[in-house]
Design a protein around this ligand. Structure first.
Ligand SMILES: Nc1ncnc2c1ncn2[C@@H]1O[C@H](COP(=O)(O)OP(=O)(O)OP(=O)(O)O)[C@@H](O)[C@H]1O
Ligand SMILES: [Mg+2]
Length: 223
């Protein structure tokens, strides 16, 4: 079976005005399906950049990114967007919930975009309940705390059952009890055929990983 995620000599350069910054400098790694994999490294080392490239939100300057056997790095933006709705669940470091939709509607939206069959509202309620947000379904993101928004984002990332779940600092902002819930949910999501890759600074979360990819200055230093 093909790997869940493969980076092959991936470079990423960001231009800010005249200054070019090489954020990723030849990153290569493979993540097998069904694993719970951590990406670790100091702030600014390129973890979020790797997550964005894996989600097809951005494309590499050089090199290839393959997800579930499909090379996504050479595809256009509109292809990647459609592909992403079905194949990727993502928890952003800064959540990116839709501000004009309630918690429940945010979760339902990812299922609508993916065309998920079944009772979407019931599934959204169940997921929000599971992440400890029962009773807060009808609140808007601005009416929720940081940790609550993070859990809505997690419910949204899992709702449409995507084969690859990407999570950027999924336990930052959470108290112990909610952290345990979130880790359990992510752990369960990494099962046969389904893969979870997360960036984190949390030593506890790293400890529970099947696999650790260590990034330093835009390079993988240890797998
Ligand atoms: N859109 C952008 N334009 C310019 N530079 C960027 C952009 N996004 C990221 N960078 C730069 O790329 C580097 C890596 O950023 P990235 O967000 O991947 O780090 P990180 O490892 O996720 O850090 P943290 O642990 O703080 O979240 C940083 O130095 C940042 O300034
Ligand atoms: Mg980051």
């Amino acid at each position: 079976m093909t790997a869940a995620l493969e980076f092959d000599n991936v470079w990423k350069t960001y231009k800010t005005g005249k200054i070019e910054e090489e954020v990723l400098r030849g990153v290569s790694f493979t993540v097998e399906r069904g694993t719970f994999t951590a990406i670790v490294g100091p702030s600014g080392s390129g973890k979020s950049t790797i997550i964005f490239l894996a989600a097809g939100i951005d494309t590499p300057t050089k090199g290839t990114v393959r997800v579930l056997g499909e090379e996504i790095s050479g595809k256009g933006e509109s292809w990647r967007r459609k592909w992403r709705r079905r194949n990727i669940g993502i928890v952003f470091q800064f959540f990116h919930l839709v501000p004009t939709l309630t918690a429940l509607e945010n979760v339902i939206l990812s299922m609508e975009l993916a065309g998920t069959p079944g009772d979407r509202k019931a599934r959204a309620r169940e997921l929000l309940e599971f992440v400890g947000l029962g009773g807060k379904e009808d609140k808007y993101p601005s009416e929720l705390s940081g940790g609550e928004q993070q859990r809505v984002a997690l419910a949204r990332a899992l709702a449409h059952n995507p084969p690859l779940v990407l999570a950027d600092e999924p336990t930052a902002n959470l108290d112990y009890e909610n952290k345990v819930r979130v880790v359990k949910l992510l752990r369960e999501a990494a099962s046969e055929g389904r893969t979870v890759v997360f960036a984190t600074h949390d030593p506890e979360l790293v400890q529970g990983a099947d696999r650790i990819i260590r990034v330093l200055d835009g390079r993988v230093v240890e797998e």
